[in-house]
Design a protein around this ligand. Structure first.
Ligand code: HSE
Length: 401
């Protein structure tokens, strides 16, 4: 369902890798129908397109459906109906999984079919299956990642090529990375949906995007980027979830300063990187193309193959619904901060308010690295500085990753 960037990639892989897939599965994966409202007369399988979902739901030969339309409507209704009709469903739709994953997994369990979504996080990077299977012996202390290719591409082009924000975004759209409405990328919602999916998987209870504080990259300036570099950090949009000692989770999507020594600091362009901190394994880092036609389609096809191999069995992928009661208030989340300040006697006033700090002087401004504090404390310290005549130009969390 859907013949856009990802959908056309799925069809392409199924057609061009037919022999390879046949060798692994022992039978052919045959594309019976493709649902799309547009015409594709030049497609080698132009005769299999339909504009009518009923043709798919009523076709008993169709056992596996790939939903690659994106968006919540009509994807949610179509997926639910397919599962209830006893068809396994695979999807690349992170918005759908983040909004309705618990419900759709419960329906799949009831109907004894599979609902899989490897492509919904990290594009072509295997992460759902590794977390669900290979790392299952671990208690996961933290998951942190660069989860949005578009924003990482924009930040990289700004930092390395001096490209403007608008030009870099246009290029990302032309390359097929950006969402139909790129606000979802640059305001952090796409990365938020992905960390919600990983948090739900890691901790067994659905985390809804509405419960997660989310900041995008629209207020990041070249001054922030340059000053961060002077301290030995690069700015990345990070989705992060941590398990705290009291059993609650601390989850956020926000730009963070990532130290040069971190594995995540060298992840550029549309690449994504995800660090999973297991108690047995230590840190495991997954890296690869997080967006784009064939990388994402590769993960969709892998799920299709898995569904075809398990037509009569369920792969164990499940989490319960959640009510947000296991999530701490984001203002209580603790981190060190990077701050840019301007005003007279900024060093002395910053020391008085923040205590021990590290500083770098810029043009008419001061860069400061503080110790750890809750965001609530940070806000009140910024107010104290403003009262002393110091202007706070920016405040960005420092990622301990
Ligand atoms: N817009 C998304 C991104 C696509 O840029 O990462 C892949 O989910």
């Amino acid at each position: 369902m859907g013949h856009g960037v990802v959908g056309s990639g799925v069809a392409e892989i199924l057609l061009t890798h037919k022999q390879k897939l046949f060798a692994g599965l022992g039978e052919e994966i045959y594309i019976k129908k493709i649902l799309d409202l547009r015409e594709f007369p030049d497609s080698p399988i132009a005769d299999r397109f339909t504009k009518d979902f009923e043709e798919i739901i009523n076709d008993r030969e169709i056992r596996v459906v790939a939903e690659v339309m994106g968006g919540l409507r009509p994807a949610y209704d179509f997926v639910k109906r397919c599962l209830k009709a006893g068809k396994s469903v695979v999807t690349s739709n992170k918005e759908l999984v983040a909004a309705h994953g618990a419900e759709l997994l419960a329906i799949a369990k009831e109907e004894n079919v599979n609902f899989m979504f490897e492509a919904s996080v990290g594009g072509g990077i295997p992460i759902i299956r590794p977390m669900n299977q290979c790392l299952v012996a671990n208690k996961v202390g933290e998951v942190a990642g660069i989860l949005n290719g578009t924003t990482n591409f924009i930040l990289t082009k700004m930092i390395q090529d001096g490209m403007t924000f608008a030009d870099a975004l246009k290029l990302a759209q032309d390359l097929g990375f950006a969402e139909r409405n790129p606000a979802a990328d640059i305001e952090g919602h796409d990365a938020c949906r992905k960390i919600c999916i990983l948090a739900s998987l890691a901790y067994g209870r659905h985390v809804y995007p509405e419960s997660v504080h989310t900041e995008g990259i629209t207020s990041i300036t070249l001054e922030d980027v340059n000053m961060a570099e002077a301290f030995g950090y690069v700015i990345k949009l990070i989705g992060r979830v941590k398990k705290l000692d009291d059993g609650k989770i601390d989850i956020i999507t926000a730009p963070m300063l990532v130290p040069f020594k971190s594995q995540l600091s060298n992840i550029d362009n549309e690449f994504n990187g995800i660090m999973v901190r297991g108690d047995c394994t230590g840190d495991v880092v997954f890296y690869g193309k997080g967006a784009g036609k064939l990388p994402t389609a590769s993960a969709v096809v892998a799920d299709i193959v898995d569904c075809c191999k398990h037509l009569k069995a369920r792969r164990f992928l499940f989490w319960a619904d959640g009510d947000g009661s296991n999530i701490i208030d984001w203002r209580d989340s603790v981190s060190a901060m990077f701050v840019r300040l301007t005003g007279d006697d900024a060093v002395a006033k910053a020391e008085k308010v923040f205590g021990e700090i590290t500083t770098v002087s810029g043009d008419n401004e001061l860069g400061v690295l503080t110790g750890e504090m809750s965001y609530r404390e940070f806000e009140s310290k910024c107010q104290a500085l403003e009262a002393e005549g110091i202007q706070v130009l920016s405040g960005i969390r420092i990622g301990d990753i």
